[in-house]
Design a protein around this ligand. Structure first.
Ligand code: BGC
Length: 393
């Protein structure tokens, strides 16, 4: 009898562990409070096991992405296991290997390093497991699908915002505007897209001398920030300020590709900039600390990418892949999404000549003036008692 009880107890523990993920790095997140984005056409019908691998919990957005993905897959009837890999490439490789060993039917992966998952992507290919590269492309031909925002266009929006805010069209080279640049992680395939999108807008003004970068640091590799780390961005910004602006030299703007880097640059401006004027700082992601800075006038704009919609598109794509539906324009047209997205089968190559079938969503500019309309009214954020935005989900 005792043996039977022990066996039953062991079985219960095995099932409990399986249900909550078992491994230490696995995180089960609460579903978003506002579930308006869950696709209603697919609710509860799916069968299959989805492995979701996100880069890190230390950068705000991936917590939201992971939660939305897991919640939406589960609401559609799938079993979904979510793992975060602490921004460690080796850990992500072994996390994905574990998901493969556990028998996932499909993988959704946001890579820490888009070039470093080769072996494990080959293993997924050999096991016949389809992979959706989520937000960040993975450089392996077994990765046939990609869901992201139009990354180059994010940069275009930031560049165009600066042209307008600095009034560059009415500026002359004898009284130029001054700018510095901070880009993202070189291991992240998205980072050059963001930077080039902005640079392509700003380059003509730099070339004509209407816009001047006193540090002359304008190349992606020079202005990049490993792992999009806030402290790394802060340190570099402080160095630039002490080397080129310590005599009270004027600075008008600082292009930052995203919010984690903008946070570091904003801190450096607050502590080390002697010019006295408000420096126009850009960002991306809608991180709560940055939206607070937008409300307080410390960050001029943010590019918002609705991750709930990105997760929604990923779910529809995964269902299509698992059910053998062709992913073409007709699929996009029939998807019934309440957001704009386009199909791109040429831009995002996993190797030369091999482009992933990509679904690209459209980012939006947020400023102090439209924050209510773009972020609060659609239900992405609520306004807390202190007047600052709180992300839903
Ligand atoms: C994402 C950005 C994010 C950055 C750092 C990029 O791949 O597209 O939204 O700011 O990673 O997390």
């Amino acid at each position: 009898m005792k043996k039977l009880l022990a066996l039953l107890l062991a079985l219960v523990m095995v099932f409990a562990l399986a249900a909550c993920g078992g491994e230490g790095e696995t995180t089960t997140t609460e579903p978003p409070a506002d579930d308006t984005t869950a696709p209603d056409d697919v609710e509860g019908e799916g069968t299959g096991f989805i492995g979701i691998s996100m880069p890190t919990q230390s950068l705000e957005r991936w917590n939201r992405d992971g939660a939305f993905l897991q919640e939406q897959f589960e609401a559609a009837g799938y079993e979904a296991k979510l793992v975060f890999s602490d921004n460690e490439v080796d850990q992500q490789v072994s996390d994905i290997q574990n998901l493969i060993a556990q028998g996932v039917d499909l993988l959704v992966i946001s890579a820490i390093d888009g070039a470093a998952l080769n072996t494990v992507m080959d293993e997924a290919g050999e096991a016949g497991i389809p992979v959706i590269a989520y937000d960040r492309l993975i450089m392996n031909d077994n990765v046939k699908y990609y869901v992201s925002f139009d990354n180059y266009y994010v940069g275009t929006l930031q560049g165009e915002f600066l042209v307008e805010a600095l009034d560059l069209e009415n500026t002359t080279a004898d009284a130029p505007k001054y700018i510095e640049f901070t880009a993202g992680d070189p291991a992240d395939n998205n980072a050059p897209f963001f930077f080039n999108g902005a640079m392509d807008v700003l380059k003509p003004y730099l070339e004509s001398g209407v816009l001047v970068c006193r540090s002359e640091q304008t190349e992606f590799n020079v202005v990049a920030t490993e792992q999009w780390n806030t402290d790394t961005a802060l340190d570099r910004a402080q160095n630039i300020l002490s080397s080129y602006y310590s005599g009270g030299e004027h600075l008008d703007a600082w292009l930052c590709s995203n919010d984690s880097t903008a946070l570091g640059v904003t801190k450096a401006i607050e502590s080390d900039y002697a010019g006295g004027n408000t420096v126009i700082i850009t960002g991306m992601d809608g991180d709560e600390a940055n939206l607070k800075n937008v409300v307080d006038g410390l960050q001029a704009m943010d590019v918002y990418k609705a991750v709930a919609n990105e997760a929604d598109a990923t779910l529809s794509l995964a269902i299509a892949i698992l059910e053998g539906t062709t992913v073409d324009q007709a699929f996009i047209d029939a998807a019934g999404w309440e957001f704009e997205a386009s199909l791109d089968t040429t831009s995002y190559e996993t190797s030369e000549g091999n482009a992933a079938t990509s679904i690209l969503l459209v980012p939006e500019v947020v400023t102090k003036d439209n924050i209510q309309e773009v972020l609060v009214d659609p239900g992405y954020y609520t306004v807390g008692d202190d007047g600052y935005l709180v992300a839903v989900g």
